[in-house]
Design a protein around this ligand. Structure first.
Ligand SMILES: *[C@@H]1O[C@H](CO)[C@@H](O)[C@H](O)[C@H]1NC(C)=O
Ligand SMILES: *[C@@H]1O[C@H](CO)[C@@H](O)[C@H](O)[C@H]1NC(C)=O
Ligand SMILES: *[C@@H]1O[C@H](CO)[C@@H](O)[C@H](O)[C@H]1NC(C)=O
Ligand SMILES: *[C@@H]1O[C@H](CO)[C@@H](O)[C@H](O)[C@H]1NC(C)=O
Ligand SMILES: *[C@@H]1O[C@H](CO)[C@@H](O)[C@H](O)[C@H]1NC(C)=O
Ligand SMILES: *[C@@H]1O[C@H](CO)[C@@H](O)[C@H](O)[C@H]1NC(C)=O
Ligand SMILES: *[C@@H]1O[C@H](CO)[C@@H](O)[C@H](O)[C@H]1NC(C)=O
Ligand SMILES: *[C@@H]1O[C@H](CO)[C@@H](O)[C@H](O)[C@H]1NC(C)=O
Ligand SMILES: *[C@@H]1O[C@H](CO)[C@@H](O)[C@H](O)[C@H]1NC(C)=O
Ligand SMILES: *[C@@H]1O[C@H](CO)[C@@H](O)[C@H](O)[C@H]1NC(C)=O
Length: 391
């Protein structure tokens, strides 16, 4: 069992938990490269195939891929780096964080931290660190827990959560997002039950929502630098989640917004993704005002052919200036019991701020052309490849 130092890291991470179906999609070749899919699908390898070792009792996932490199065909090389994965749930023998090399061999096992999400490499105090979330995942698909930072010796150097008192008690960090800014502060998502008048949605006047929160925190002083609460800026009528019969109590608080990604840019503003509003929002980093929204019922942009998304995850800037930007996101296009399109897609979008148009630059289709009902990620790699994670 080798424990690698961080010096080789140039990372690819598959965020948001489960990565049982990983598609390695290159810009030129997007054909299926699966290895033992039939055995996986029929269960011939068992339910949740895993690796085992003589030297340690780790049981990380056995991957199902071959590396699609054919240099002589002029295909681009595989990007360098390790693969970060943190599967959870009943389909894996061992939950938690693990780092693999490109042959699928284990580099580091982090199962000691238990159920883990938001597992990736960040820069903290000028050095690469691992960030990961640990805690309780609630039935409603949100979490309450702590983020920890590990240094290049895999030692814990920080352990922190959201610093906020919600209407029903302390609000803890949710598992969807954990980032470190260039100022060494943390960005975290959180959820808290809050009273809300749901009568415009034919719900109770004295109803409850599961409100979405984002917070930037000074890790050393534990001072909140910026806290944004969705219900103070976006009306529940702007969103798409099915109201159903909930909303009458804290226990059945209505999750109208469902924040699932945050990024802070060099202008000091925040890009956040709302799964249940089918929109990404650009927030003023001082006032929290919505500068614009993209997608959803009230898009500030004309959405070009093939750019509409729904139930999405993982909105990230690739390049950004005042007139034009590129962005990646994972368009789930469906969720449990609801499906908007025939399949999910990884999206690479161009954003024109002069004409307020969004254009499709590239799309990436899952190997099985299937719907990922929850989770998903898209990462552009330094050599221009894309790494797409889905379930
Ligand atoms: C790689 O590409 C070359 C040139 O197109 C082709 O002749 C060869 O069969 C390919 N090899 C594989 C393993 O696909
Ligand atoms: C982080 O802090 C919380 C609260 O004190 C604690 O329950 C948890 O065990 C800590 N996690 C680690 C990895 O130290
Ligand atoms: C999630 O569950 C834990 C444990 O039951 C609870 O303490 C916490 O308040 C819940 N969080 C949310 C956001 O519902
Ligand atoms: C965070 O807090 C520390 C200690 O109080 C302080 O030195 C530092 O300037 C703060 N960082 C930011 C970005 O506010
Ligand atoms: C949300 O919008 C509805 C319909 O326009 C309005 O009646 C309601 O007061 C708004 N709710 C909040 C909290 O602003
Ligand atoms: C970093 O902190 C400085 C000083 O507080 C602030 O002006 C700047 O916007 C911050 N940058 C980011 C990316 O948070
Ligand atoms: C639509 O979005 C704009 C910001 O882009 C906001 O000012 C406005 O209130 C929103 N309208 C509705 C009906 O939600
Ligand atoms: C939209 O894109 C689809 C393929 O994704 C293409 O078939 C169709 O012609 C395009 N429509 C327009 C108006 O460009
Ligand atoms: C913004 O980026 C676009 C695309 O890379 C480029 O064409 C344009 O010149 C840039 N604008 C500014 C103001 O830098
Ligand atoms: C591919 O999709 C089919 C039909 O939805 C499904 O039955 C099968 O399990 C999927 N296979 C994999 C490997 O995901």
């Amino acid at each position: 069992m080798s424990v690698s130092s961080f010096t080789r890291f140039f990372c690819s991470s598959v965020s948001f938990g489960v990565a049982l179906c990983l598609s390695l999609l290159l810009t030129v070749r997007g054909d299926s490269v699966l290895f033992r899919s039939n055995e996986y699908s029929t269960g011939a390898l068992g339910f949740g195939p895993y690796q085992s070792f003589f030297s340690a009792d780790f049981t990380p996932a056995e991957w199902n891929f071959v590396v699609p490199v054919n240099e002589s065909a002029g295909a681009p090389s595989l990007s360098s780096g390790y693969i970060f994965s943190a599967p959870r749930g009943a389909s894996v023998v061992q939950q938690g964080a693990a780092i693999y090399d490109q042959a699928g061999s284990l580099v580091w096992d982090g199962s000691v931290y238990g159920q883990t999400l938001a597992f990736s490499v960040v820069t903290y105090l000028g050095e690469p660190h691992i960030i990961l979330w640990t805690g309780t995942a609630n039935a409603s698909g949100v979490g309450s827990g702590y983020n920890i930072l590990l240094d290049s010796s895999y030692e814990v150097v920080a352990n922190f959560t959201v610093n906020l008192e919600g209407p029903t008690g302390p609000t803890l960090a949710d598992f969807h997002e954990a980032q470190i800014t260039t100022n060494n502060t943390a960005l975290m998502t959180a959820y808290q039950a809050s009273p809300y008048d749901l009568s415009p949605l034919d719900g109770p006047t004295d109803g409850w929502i599961l409100d979405s929160v984002m917070q930037e925190l000074n890790i050393t002083s534990n001072e909140p630098i910026f806290t944004w609460i969705a219900s103070e800026h976006v009306n529940a009528t702007e969103c798409y989640n099915t109201f159903g019969t909930g909303g009458g109590s804290v226990a059945e608080a209505f999750d109208y917004f469902h924040i699932n990604s945050i990024e802070k840019d060099s202008y000091g503003n925040y890009l956040i993704s709302s799964r249940h509003c089918w929109a990404v929002y650009y927030l003023d980093g001082t006032s929290g005002d919505v500068i614009w929204s993209m997608g959803g019922k009230n898009s500030s942009f004309t959405m070009g052919n093939g750019t509409s998304f729904s139930w999405q995850h993982h909105a990230r800037w690739v390049d950004l200036n005042e007139t034009y930007a590129t962005m990646t996101l994972f368009d789930n296009a469906g969720e449990f019991g609801q499906q908007q399109e025939s399949m999910s897609r990884g999206l690479y979008l161009g954003v024109d701020f002069t004409n307020m148009n969004v254009e499709l630059l590239m799309e990436f289709v899952p190997h099985n052309a299937s719907i990922s009902q929850s989770q998903g990620s898209v990462q552009i790699q330094p050599n221009g490849n894309f790494l797409v994670g889905c379930v």
